[in-house]
Design a protein around this ligand. Sequence first.
Ligand SMILES: Cc1ncc(COP(=O)(O)O)c(CN[C@@H](CS)C(=O)O)c1O
Length: 409
Amino acid sequence: VESLDVDRIRAAYPILEREFSGSQLVYLDNAATTHTPDPVVDAMSDYYRQYNSNVHRGIHHLSQEASIAYEEAHDRVADFIGADGREEVIFTKNTTESENLLAYAWGLAELGPGDEVVLTEMEHHASLVTWQQIAHRTGADVKYIAIDDDGRLDMDHAHECITDDTAIVSVVHVSNTLGTVNPVAELADIAHDHDAYIFVDGAQAVPTRPVDVQAIDADFYAFSGHKMAGPTGIGVLYGKRHLLEAMQPYLYGGGMIEKVTFEDSTWAELPWKFEPGTPPIAEAVGLEAAVDYLEEIGMERVQAHEERLAEYAYEQLAAEDDVDIYGPEPGPDRGGLVSFNLESVHAHDLASIMNDHAVAIRAGDHCTQPLHDKLGVAASARASFYVYNTREEVDKLVDAIDSARQLFA
Ligand SMILES: Cc1ncc(COP(=O)(O)O)c(CN[C@@H](CS)C(=O)O)c1O
């Protein structure tokens, strides 16, 4: 796959010129959030400057323009992920809210004693805590598909966990801690063989690779705008139309209703039924601009660029015998991030020293505390890449780690 013109890409991110303690920023925390390129910022500024208005088709020009822009952003996102139209694309605040929407609107209504929710040991808290708490409230049980020593899912165990008692499987597409790319289409097949649904947490997948929800045959799929060069404050819950039609809303108010009387109410058509109140309008404009931006680059090229950088970082880190790396070796089932520990240096201390060198990485549990318990570590350091990162920046990461090694020697 053709390489990216990173210099041209970086020109759209003034933030990358920032300097700290005399060194240029090396931003390697893209799994937490990505930066926002000028075309996305400009699109949102243009909205606020030229056609800011509330939506739901008020009777004036500005509202018409804003309503059309907001509605068409749903069409653009649907096209980007292979959904069958705007009716299958609900805008939320973020991946976390998307997962809570599904867990409350479907889970609370449908789950009960004897039902099982199958997760994996590598789930993010946005899934794990949500389903865990809904299971407590409904009397359902939660099971966890185990990971093997390489940080891949144990698929034999997956077959054991997913049974006719399984109501839903909830799996992360790309682990934000291990980098593992899970076989979500295969898991969907297994779930469907047992008449169970599958939800896929795509927060680290949609930004970094081509995703086709129909090819996966996901019943539900979630991701966030801010992890894909878009704004914060907007996320997506994709759902198969007939499933969303059958679901009752769990947040009520204006915009989501059809008819209201003192006695009862009926609901608007999809996706508006699940979008109460004033939605993230500027953010929707920004998300559409981010989709245009990424598709102009090409998602295959985004994926290849990230994987090359992750492979290079993995090799540089693996060459040192005092670095422990988590997750699979570089290849098709490792995404664009590397979590690791430098022996004898706590991840927080390491990140702090990285910061002294203007290298921004993540340290902590990455909202996967049970996974870190399983790995036997309290925390890990994580470098994650995006379209504007370079091999030279990986070299700076390695040099900064060496400074930490010297400091703590
Ligand atoms: C796999 C996965 N699933 C859900 C989320 C939540 O995304 P929100 O936009 O915050 O709702 C994230 C966000 N992970 C950030 C914050 S912990 C990270 O540094 O890894 C994620 O990686």
